[in-house]
Design a protein around this ligand. Sequence first.
Ligand SMILES: [Zn+2]
Length: 77
Amino acid sequence: MSFHHVFEDKLKYKPDYKWPEKGSSKDCPKCSSPMELNEDKPSYYGKPWWCYKCQWQFSEEDFEELNAPEESGNLKK
Ligand SMILES: [Zn+2]
């Protein structure tokens, strides 16, 4: 599986994502499939969560936004 094409432009620095505990599991908020948790390696610049079905990465911050109350009004179910 290759992630690098997705985040080509972010290779200049390592984003400071909040990393979930090892062994955590989560379902994709989009398709409800179990996601893979990537390892927090210095060489890895992507987000912690990976949904192979959506081919999309998620960070803990993304989930906080998705779970946030509808303040912005654009994330309704
Ligand atoms: Zn998904």
